[in-house]
Design a protein around this ligand. Structure first.
Ligand SMILES: Cc1cc2nc3c(=O)[nH]c(=O)nc-3n(C[C@H](O)[C@H](O)[C@H](O)COP(=O)(O)O)c2cc1C
Length: 364
């Protein structure tokens, strides 16, 4: 029999080769979908659907994409998706509304490219309404950056950023007087901030609920990332993609306090500047405003050729917030985010669900 001729070793090799071919096919499919996902804004009707597609490219916590877009008489309403809450890391939905703010800012920046004038109003519950009307089409460098912005969880070039870049970042991130932006680039302050981030990160790794929730959003393989088109893809986090079962088995062995502290310390050491943002208003409307400012900052950084990456551990661990606020001189404001800024390498981009999965007619 042929089977007998090949033998058990040969069969295992064939099976291994087959699995390897499947993984290569998934990796190629991932790359193709990533290119399609990260298309720049373009005047492709229906325009509101294209606007929603652009919005979905916004940064968002754990890549949960916690948004829904309702077609309304005036344009669009941007609503939270409670099914995509992350209660362990974000018990009060701060990051959820901040993610909506990032999406809102993305739509406001993309609209002119689509030949639309867009105006936003946000109510006290953090629900945004986007009024849209036709306007002459025009491009701008922040809109052009929408499809090039990614979170880069890899080491940056530690060389200081030019003063002109810092000024430009300050202008973009600080454009809304209701959201404070502090750039931290002096060595002593950076070192203190790094200590805070590491201490908060240690606390999170000791928190079983935080780790379980994080794990539930990690996509170890191309296949899992392709199937869900959300979550944290291993490749985008600077790790090799591996079969899902292997990833889940290896995770507890490699995601240890000691290993994560070493990895994070290397990233923080090589970061020439951090940004800390804090909205004046506490509550969902303030968090949306903070998200808008953070996305403006990220888009400006991208336009300047800089990489961005969020290190929100001292915001997420509530006990660390007062120390962070004191370091950044925020008074009694709650800090909203901490970001790393610098020149960094590229990693595979994350995926997004398509507009049809996140759009709905508004319920009467
Ligand atoms: C409110 C908010 C909080 C975030 N916090 C973190 C964080 O603490 N650590 C991190 O690595 N990424 C963080 N991110 C980045 C998201 O994980 C990232 O935007 C998402 O995975 C999509 O990837 P992309 O930014 O490359 O498009 C945060 C993003 C937002 C909007």
């Amino acid at each position: 029999m042929r089977r007998a001729l090949i033998g058990a070793g040969g069969l295992a090799a064939l099976a291994g080769g087959g699995a390897w071919l499947l993984r290569r096919r998934d990796a190629a499919a991932y790359d193709r979908l990533a290119v399609e996902t990260w298309r720049p804004p373009r005047m492709a009707p229906p325009l509101l659907r294209e606007l929603v597609r652009c919005a979905t490219l916004a940064p968002n916590s754990h890549n949960t994409q916690p948004w829904r877009f309702a077609l309304a008489a005036e344009g669009l309403r941007l609503l939270p998706d409670p099914a995509r809450r992350t209660p362990a890391v974000d018990p009060d939905d701060h990051h959820l509304f901040a993610s909506l703010g990032c999406a809102l800012e993305t739509m406001l920046q993309a609209a002119p490219v689509l030949g639309l004038r867009a105006e936003a109003a946000v109510d006290g519950a953090g629900i945004a309404t986007l009024r849209v009307s036709p306007a002459p089409a025009r491009g701008n460098d922040l809109a052009a950056a929408i499809a090039r912005r990614h979170s880069t969880r890899l080491p940056f070039d530690p060389a200081p950023l030019p003063a002109a870049d810092l000024a430009s970042l300050e202008q973009a991130g600080g454009a809304d007087p209701a959201v404070g932006l502090v750039l931290v680039s002096a060595p002593a302050a950076r070192a203190t901030l790094a200590e805070l981030i590491i201490a908060a990160n240690r606390a999170q790794i000791r928190d079983a609920a935080f780790v379980a929730e994080l794990l539930s959003w990690i996509r170890f393989s191309h296949a899992a990332a392709l199937a869900r088109r959300d979550g944290l893809f291993a490749g985008s986090m600077g790790n090799p993609a591996v079969p899902e079962a292997i990833g889940r088995r290896i995770f507890p062995l490699v995601f240890t306090e000691a290993a994560e502290t070493r990895r994070l310390a290397r990233l923080l050491d090589a970061t020439p500047a951090f940004a800390v943002l804090a909205a004046a208003e506490a509550g969902p409307r303030g968090w949306v405003a903070a998200g808008r400012a953070a996305q403006r900052l990220c888009l400006r950084a991208t336009a300047l050729g800089l990489a961005t990456s969020w290190v929100n551990q001292p915001v997420e661990v509530a006990a660390m917030r007062p120390a962070l606020a004191a370091l950044a001189g925020l008074g009694d404001r709650r800090p909203d985010f901490v970001l790393r800024l610098g020149r960094g390498p590229a990693a595979p981009p994350s995926l997004r669900r398509p507009p049809q999965d996140v759009m709905a007619e508004e319920q009467a």
